[in-house]
Design a protein around this ligand. Structure first.
Ligand code: AMP
Ligand code: GLY
Length: 422
C-alpha cells in the first residue's frame, strides 16, 4: 500500500514511524514533512491546508490511504473532498470536525446528549458576557469559539482577568472570527487526562490513556503551550475510571453524533478533567494529540495501518482489540529559545545520531529541517525525545538520558515530565 501522511509535526513523525512498521506498506509520502519524517517517508512539498494540490497528488500517485494529522485540513473539508474522489482517508468529515473547530457546537452536542462537561453559557455580545462573569464570579474559563491554535482558552482567576479576556477575544478580535462567540465555563479542578478513541461511528476502540503537560515550565508554571511532554499510561485513569469514560462519555457522544447525522470516522480525542464528581470533558479534538501520540504509539503492538483502514472503510468491528506493550512511555518536548512566545529558528541540532544508537529511545522531530548536511530547528517545539521503560519511572530516566545527548542553542525543556505519575 501507498500511504500519504498529512502534517509536519511530532505527531506525524510518530504516525509515519508506526505506519512504516506495517507489512502492508510499501511507500509512505508525507506532506509537507520535516527532517525526521523525511528519513522514513518521501517529503512532498505541499502545505497541509492545500487540499486541491494534495488531492491531485494522491490521485496521481494512486495513494491507498491518506492519514490526516492536524485539525486545519479536517476543518476545511479534506476528508469530504477525498471521499468524493473515491480516495480512502482517515479522519472525520468537515461537519464532524466542527467538534473541535467550534467550542459552541461541541458544548451544545455534549449538553444535548448528557455528556458530563463543565457548566457553560454561550455569548455573542461582549457586554453580556462581562455582566455574566461579574454575576457568576471567578475563577471561570473564557473560551473563544473557533480555532485559535490552543491559545483561545483563558482560565481566569479573577473577574477582571475574565473580562479582559472577553475584551481581547470579542472586541479586539485577536483571533479574528474565532472570537465572534465565547463560551464561559465553570472552572473544573482535578487531574487532566487524554483519552483517544478510534471509531467508525459504529464501533469504538479506545487507545491507551495518556496525559500531557501543557504549561511551559516545571510544576505547571508559565504559559500554556502545545504540549511540553506526555506519558502513557496515565495511572490516574484507573480501569474503573476508564470504564466510566467509555460508558458515560464515549458511547453517548458517538451515538449522539450519529443522531445529529454525523458519521464520525477517525480518532476522537477527549480532553478530560478527573474531578471529585467524576470525569468531565474539557474539550474534544478531532485528531491525534500532539505530543500524546508520541507517547502512545510506541506502546501499540497492533498494525496501525490495518486499524486505520478499517476505520476509513467503516469496518472497525472486524478488529477485535488492540495489543499493547505493558511498558510505559514518556515523551519530553525540546523547545526553541523563546517558545511559546516568538522563537528562534535555524539553530544546528547535534546528538541525534547518538540517540539513534539507544534502544527503545526515539527522537521524534516536530520543528526541524535539513540544511545542507545538518539538521536545524524550524519550529517552537523542535523534538520529542521518547523512551519506553518497565514503568513510568524507568521510562523517565531513559528519556532524559536521550535528552542529555541533544543540544541546540536556546534549547529548553521541562525536567518533571511524568513525575506526577510516579
Ligand atoms: P481546551 O482547549 O478547551 O482543552 O483548554 C485548554 C486547557 O485549558 C485545558 O487543557 C485545561 O487545562 C484548561 N481548561 C479548559 N477548560 C477548563 C475548565 N472548564 N476548567 C478548568 N480548566 C480548563
Ligand atoms: N496535546 C494537546 C493537543 O494535542 O491538543
Amino acid at each position: 500500500m501507498k500511504i500519504l501522511v498529512i502534517g509536519s509535526g511530532g505527531r506525524e513523525h510518530a504516525l509515519a514511524w508506526k505506519i512504516s512498521q506495517s507489512k502492508r506498506v510499501e511507500k509512505i509520502f508525507c506532506a509537507p514533512a520535516n527532517a525526521g519524517i523525511s528519513e522514513i517517508a518521501e517529503s512532498v512539498p505541499i502545505k497541509a491546508v492545500d487540499i486541491n494540490k494534495l488531492l491531485e497528488f494522491a490521485k496521481k500517485e494512486a495513494v491507498d490511504l491518506t492519514v490526516v494529522g492536524p485539525e486545519a485540513p479536517l476543518a476545511l473539508g479534506i476528508v469530504d473532498e477525498f471521499q468524493k474522489n473515491g480516495l480512502k482517508i482517515f479522519g472525520p468529515q468537515r461537519f464532524a470536525a466542527k467538534l473541535e473547530a467550534s467550542k459552541v457546537f461541541s458544548k451544545q452536542v455534549m449538553a444535548k446528549y448528557g455528556v458530563p462537561t463543565a457548566e457553560f453559557k454561550v455569548f455573542s455580545d461582549a457586554d453580556q458576557a462581562k455582566e455574566y462573569v461579574a454575576k457568576k464570579g471567578a475563577p471561570c474559563v473564557v473560551k473563544a469559539d473557533g480555532l485559535a491554535q490552543g491559545k483561545g482558552v483563558v482560565v481566569a482567576k479573577t473577574i477582571k482577568e475574565a473580562q479582559d479576556a472577553i475584551t481581547l477575544i470579542m472586541q479586539e478580535g485577536v483571533f479574528g472570527e474565532a472570537g465572534n462567540h465565547v463560551v464561559i465555563e465553570e472552572c473544573l479542578i482535578g487531574q487532566e487526562a487524554s483519552i483517544l478513541i478510534l471509531t467508525d461511528a459504529e464501533t469504538a476502540i479506545p487507545l491507551a490513556s495518556s496525559q500531557d503537560h501543557k504549561r511551559v515550565f516545571d510544576n505547571d508554571e508559565g504559559l500554556n503551550t502545545g504540549g511540553m511532554g506526555a506519558y502513557s499510561p496515565a495511572p490516574a485513569v484507573t480501569p474503573e475510571i476508564f470504564k466510566y469514560i467509555e460508558q458515560k462519555i464515549i458511547q453517548p457522544m458517538i451515538k449522539g453524533l450519529a443522531k445529529e447525522g454525523i458519521v464520525y470516522r477517525g480518532v476522537l480525542y477527549a480532553g478530560i478533567m478527573l474531578t471529585a464528581e467524576g470525569p468531565k470533558v474539557l474539550e474534544f479534538n478531532v485528531r491525534f494529540g500532539d505530543p500524546e501520540t508520541q507517547a502512545i504509539l510506541p506502546r501499540l503492538k497492533s498494525d496501525i495501518v490495518e486499524v486505520m483502514l478499517a476505520v476509513a472503510e467503516g469496518k472497525l468491528s472486524s478488529i477485535k482489540k488492540l495489543d499493547w506493550d505493558d511498558r510505559a512511555c514518556v515523551c519530553v518536548t525540546l523547545a526553541a529559545g523563546g517558545y511559546p512566545g516568538p522563537y528562534e529558528k535555524a539553530k544546528v541540532i547535534t546528538g541525534l545520531e547518538e540517540v539513534k544508537k539507544m534502544t527503545d529511545v526515539i527522537a521524534f522531530h516536530s520543528g526541524t529541517r535539513k540544511f545542507g548536511d545538518k539538521i536545524v530547528t524550524d519550529g517552537g517545539r523542535v523534538l520529542g525525545v521518547t523512551a519506553l521503560g518497565a514503568n513510568i519511572k524507568e521510562a523517565i530516566t531513559r528519556c532524559y538520558q536521550g535528552v542529555d545527548k541533544i543540544k541546540f542553542e536556546g534549547m529548553h525543556f521541562r525536567r518533571d515530565i511524568g513525575v506526577r505519575a510516579v
